[in-house]
Design a protein around this ligand. Structure first.
Ligand code: GCU
Length: 442
């Protein structure tokens, strides 16, 4: 059922006539609009009036009453709208080739085999190569796996000096990069986000890729990375609908899965796609577009990810399109300050993963990503999950209110938690994902 909010409109919406952009921190640009800064609304009472577009009513107005109608009519309709209006349309799957780069037989205290495998997407001069860092439990045959993109290079996941140091363009970070390239101090800096031993101990493989191997994270009018590699294939896509970087990263995840389906140590039919923040937006879109992903995990994904855009609380469509113009397609600009005009909202993105398992996580200190909006998107996708024969968020009906911090609602096919703390990925998050994956992937 659509929810109608009528607490009244925010009287002063921020002006998006951008005159200055100042990148204060990595990923957290401070935008100046004329004399004033963008001021996010954090007051529930000032949420604009909105009505959610229904997941279970087709464009022609028919109520979707069966799994068959969902699969044949509504699901393809929604994929098309999200492609044309939000993330952009990606070319069809293309060929890949792969090459084993290194193997270490005694990684993770001798409990895992660690490999680096190069997967090349496309052919010839324009092709692009991503390096997969793969940990598989020793003595296991065909492990289920987590596949996730990382922000700072595979070398940041583990301090092991034999992991190759990524030399592709990287956003500058104090100490760990020099002139937009990683340096030796970057080794292991993101290891708290990737508890490999915890995964290996529970029989899971981890596959991770530096997201910039697929598409460098800056606005270059889609001239490099995957966009360049598939320029010919993308030629016929209308300009305003051309795929943004999120669609590019998601496409890369699907090509990585093409490879994993051939890998002798991984079970390609039991792969969970995971992502944090912009990469959590990416994991949701990858899971929506590629039904081979059996489980989808979105950590603190916020605006353009799991959070309902119409709430316009924390980060808004206008703000995200201004700070990161390359993430979405150009059609998405129409919805700056105009969320109600968008024919879709993010609960429908989660619905596109149904009936496969999905887990959305928020953090108390991450109001920018609108934890409540992320929770509501799960609740609103519950009817689609139930129509498709699953238990949705569990119990007879989804919870009416957000759960207290650190008390996951994860008995069903849609999992959710609100963790105490900041925008990050922690052991607490992974403990929940592992528990959930043990139920859904084994
Ligand atoms: C910024 C951006 C978010 C994004 C985050 C990240 O904060 O506004 O939308 O999720 O960066 O990816 O780190």
């Amino acid at each position: 059922m659509p929810i109608l909010h009528s607490q009244g409109r925010v009287s002063q919406l921020p002006c998006l006539a951008l005159t200055g952009v100042c990148f204060a921190l990595f990923g957290l640009p401070t935008l100046t609009f004329g004399q004033t800064k963008f001021v996010a609304n954090y007051d529930e009472a000032k949420i604009p009036e909105y009505e959610l577009p229904p997941a279970l009513v087709t464009k022609s107005g028919s109520v979707v009453q069966s799994a068959k109608q969902w699969k044949q009519i509504r699901r393809p309709e929604l994929i098309q709208i999200f492609s044309e209006q939000v993330y952009g349309t990606a070319p069809k799957a293309c060929s890949i080739s792969h090459e084993l780069i290194s193997t270490k037989m005694d990684a993770v205290n001798g409990k895992a085999i660690r490999r680096e495998v190069d997967v090349t997407v496309g052919e010839g001069e324009a092709s692009t190569t991503m390096r997969l860092l793969i940990y598989t439990p020793k003595n296991a045959v065909k492990s289920p796996a987590f596949l996730g993109l990382n922000f700072q290079g595979n070398h940041s996941v583990d301090p092991d000096p034999s992991i190759s140091l990524n030399q592709n363009w990287m956003r500058n970070r104090q100490g760990t990069t020099t002139d937009n390239k990683a340096n030796e101090s970057a080794r292991g800096v993101a290891s708290s986000r990737w508890p490999v031993a915890m995964m290996i101990d529970q029989g899971f493989a981890l596959v991770t890729i530096y997201y910039g191997d697929i598409d460098p994270d800056f606005d270059d009018q889609f001239e490099n990375g995957i966009h360049r590699a598939l320029r010919t294939e993308a030629k016929s896509i209308p300009k305003k609908e051309k795929w943004g970087s999120i669609a590019g990263w998601a496409y890369g995840l699907s090509r990585a899965l093409d490879y994993l389906e051939m890998d002798s140590m991984i079970d390609g039919s039991r792969v969970a796609v995971f992502g944090h923040s912009r990469l959590g937006k990416t994991s949701l879109w990858a899971g929506a577009t590629d039904e081979r992903f059996k489980l989808v995990i979105s950590n603190n994904s916020g605006c353009g990810g799991a959070a309902i855009s119409r709430r316009a609380i924390g980060e808004t469509i206008g703000r995200i399109n201004t700070s990161f113009p390359h993430w979405f397609c150009d059609n998405y600009l129409q919805y700056n300050e105009n969320e109600n005009a968008c024919p879709v909202d993010q609960h429908q993105l989660i619905s596109l993963i149904a009936p496969r398992a999905v887990y959305v996580a928020s953090a108390t200190g991450d109001q920018w990503a609108d934890p409540k909006g992320e929770f509501l998107a799960c609740v609103e996708s519950d009817p689609v999950y139930r129509l498709l024969g699953t238990d949705g968020m569990g119990d007879k009906a989804p919870p009416q209110t957000s759960p207290p911090a650190d008390q996951p609602v994860a008995k069903g096919t849609i999992g959710y938690h609100l963790r105490t703390g900041k925008h990050d990925v922690t052991d607490f998050d992974w403990m929940q994902y592992l528990k959930f994956a043990n139920r859904h992937l084994k």
